[in-house]
Design a protein around this ligand. Structure first.
Ligand code: CP
Length: 312
């Protein structure tokens, strides 16, 4: 599988086979790291890490993943460069593309990531935009493969804000990989209809299903309940309204009991607001797998860089 030179902006751009390849590569890199074996695939490569928004997992995953493979990561925070202040994205991209071999971008508008990719001439990896968070999905799916040994046929319920970047990316990724995804959310927060239509096409090929519901009882049969914060970055002023709207969708013991299964797991992309989208008790009950999921950010992000930029 040759993914050299490709950007990673949304899973829409990657086939089921390519996603599977990245997951298998991540598993191999993880196994190697556990044995103390690191690579040199990014030796001599300089990687720019642009962060308009704060980050713990994504920043650290790109930094460590790059260093583990012999590359040099350079963190460029929102007040460190001219981008967004005195220089356009197009010009910033053309400068960075002359100096760096790859660019990670975390920011607000997805169009910014697209422009960086278009004008820089080097691979651009989406570390989260308002629309998508595709690197998170690879970590989620690696975790699911570790837990269940497969992706196809799993029943995944995403409970919460059904139109945020996490929901969007989970629907795309699940539909591509044959996972049956249910978005459990109040109707006012259901995903974009065009995205659902597109993902129904993906699902018709992979054998997965995409379902929208506002009924908590539809968690019945869930292998996985996934949740995220009720207010995404930049929406903090909506907190009171969201808490009122989403409280019935909190992941708690009552919801878990409604799955009718004893082996359902709970995932969270983190950071969590315990007491809102998930109770403290349920979070702690599933802390081991949730922090496996967080660790897997590093192995999967490393795999993306190695596959698109690394020298074999
Ligand atoms: N899940 C995630 O993207 O975490 P960070 O915001 O800490 O990068």
């Amino acid at each position: 599988m040759n993914l050299k030179g490709r950007s990673f902006l949304t899973l829409k751009d990657y086939s089921q086979e390519e996603i599977e390849y990245l997951l298998n590569l991540a598993a191999k890199l993880k196994e190697n790291k556990k044995k103390g074996i690191l690579g040199q695939s990014l030796k001599g490569k300089n990687v720019a890490l642009i962060f308009e928004k704060p980050s713990t997992r994504t920043r650290c995953a790109f930094t460590i993943g790059c260093i583990d493979e012999g590359g040099h990561p350079e963190y460029l925070g929102r007040d460190d460069i001219q981008l967004g202040h005195k220089e356009s994205i197009e010009d910033t991209a053309r400068v960075l593309g002359r100096m760096f071999d790859g660019i990670e971008f975390r920011g607000f508008a997805h169009e910014s990531a697209e422009k960086l990719a278009k004008y820089s001439g080097v691979p651009v990896w989406n570390g989260l935009t308002d629309s998508y968070h595709p690197t998170q999905i690879l970590a989620d799916f690696l975790t699911l493969k570790e837990q269940f040994g497969k992706l196809e046929g799993l029943n995944l319920v995403y409970a919460g804000d059904g139109r945020n970047n996490m929901a969007n990316s989970l629907i795309i990724g699940s539909a591509k990989m044959g996972i049956n995804i249910t978005i459990l959310s109040p109707k006012t927060l259901w995903p974009d209809e065009q995205l659902i239509a597109l993902c129904n096409e993906y699902a018709s090929k992979s054998g997965g299903q995409v379902k929208l519901t506002d009924k908590v009882a539809d968690v019945a049969g869930a292998d996985v309940i996934y949740t995220d914060v009720w207010c995404s970055m930049g929406e903090e002023d909506l907190a009171a309204e969201r808490i009122k709207l989403l409280s019935p969708y909190q992941v708690n013991e009552d919801m878990l009991a409604m799955t009718g299964k004893s082996d359902t797991i709970v995932l969270h992309c983190l950071p969590a607001v315990k007491g809102n989208e998930v109770t403290y008790q349920v979070f702690e009950k599933f802390a081991k797998v949730i922090f496996d999921q967080a660790e897997n950010r590093m192995h999967t992000i490393k795999a993306i860089m190695v596959a698109t930029l690394g020298e074999e």
